[in-house]
Design a protein. Structure first.
Length: 316
């Protein structure tokens, strides 16, 4: 055969039907010259099953096509009467029955000298061609929301622990003034939460990190002011004069530090994505709220205590 010697016509391919001789147990290979382009695929096949011929008591394979497949099959059989129709799966020919006549209606039967086992194998091959590639589940893992919730819980825990330590430090080191700074810090966190709610932003781990950073920045501003007040009181000034001088001298330094931080946050928000933007939002809100609480809220409290309540000594 010319095709077996390598002279395969263009648009065709040489495939083999492999069968085992039941007596000698030898494999028999039958070559078939098959067109590369499939005229009809198993996607149009709806059923393939083994049945028994009542007249000859021999098994055969009945096949059924859907409406579109029936039209294609009818055209193919009309154009290829007395030619073979190869049934191919994974480049292997399982059967190549001869088309006896035009077949319409979407139903056909494949007959021959089938043993029952061969007929079942052919029906299985036909059904396999009608299905998508099989998927075998070897391992299945499910990642639920517990991983994210656990991370959020740990982030909130770290924020609470950090805030408590900062609050204790301010009370121990700055005494009464430390309480004022703690109140401003609490108000700072409330303002950030309100800002997030107003912008309908989602609190994520980077957002929690921004809040923690804001807590440190807010306390840093109060530390600068309190140290300035201590310096003024060391020079012998009155509490009110010391507070006024402390705020006046520390305000410019605090503004410089926070403005540069705000610029960095705006750049992150403009060019960042996802979690980076969440961090930038909370950091920006934290800058504005910390400036307000450190420079305005605490100053109002000090002025109220010194002017309205006539406090003579300042606990700092």
């Amino acid at each position: 055969m010319a095709a077996e010697k390598g002279a395969v016509p263009p648009g065709s391919q040489l495939l083999y039907q492999v069968r085992r001789d039941s007596e000698t147990q030898r494999e028999l290979k039958t070559p078939f010259l098959i067109k590369k382009r499939s005229l009809l695929t198993g996607a149009y096949l709806t059923d393939a099953r083994v049945q028994i011929d009542s007249q000859y008591n021999e098994p055969y394979v009945s096949i059924n096509f859907d409406k579109k497949g029936a039209r294609i099959f009818e055209r193919i059989t009309e154009e290829n009467v007395k030619k073979r129709l190869a049934i191919v799966l994974d480049n292997r020919v399982y059967s190549a029955p001869v088309i006896q006549e035009k077949i319409g209606g979407g139903e056909a039967r494949i007959t021959g000298s089938f043993a029952m086992e061969d007929a079942r194998d052919l029906a299985i091959v036909l059904r396999a061609g009608a299905l998508p590639a099989p998927v075998n589940v070897l391992e299945e893992r499910t990642v639920g929301p517990s991983l994210g919730s656990d991370s959020i819980r740990k982030g909130l825990m770290s924020m609470c622990v950090g805030a408590i330590l900062v609050l204790l430090f301010m009370i121990i080191y700055y005494k009464g003034s430390g309480l004022i700074a703690d109140f401003a810090l609490f108000l700072n966190i409330v303002l950030i939460a309100g800002g997030l709610a107003a912008f309908q932003a989602t609190l994520t781990l980077p957002g929690i990190a921004g809040i923690i950073l804001t807590i440190g920045m807010a306390v840093d501003a109060n530390v600068l002011i309190f140290e300035r007040i201590r310096e003024e009181m060391g020079l012998g000034k009155t509490p009110h004069a010391s507070v006024s001088a402390g705020y006046d001298r520390a305000t410019l330094t605090i503004l410089d530090a926070n403005v540069t931080t705000l610029i960095a946050a705006l750049v992150l928000f403009q060019f960042g994505t996802g979690p980076v933007k969440g961090f930038a939002v909370t950091l920006s809100l934290g800058v504005f709220s910390s400036l307000f609480t450190a420079l305005v809220v605490t100053r109002i409290i000090f002025d109220y205590l010194l002017l309205n309540r006539k406090v003579k000594a300042l606990s700092i």
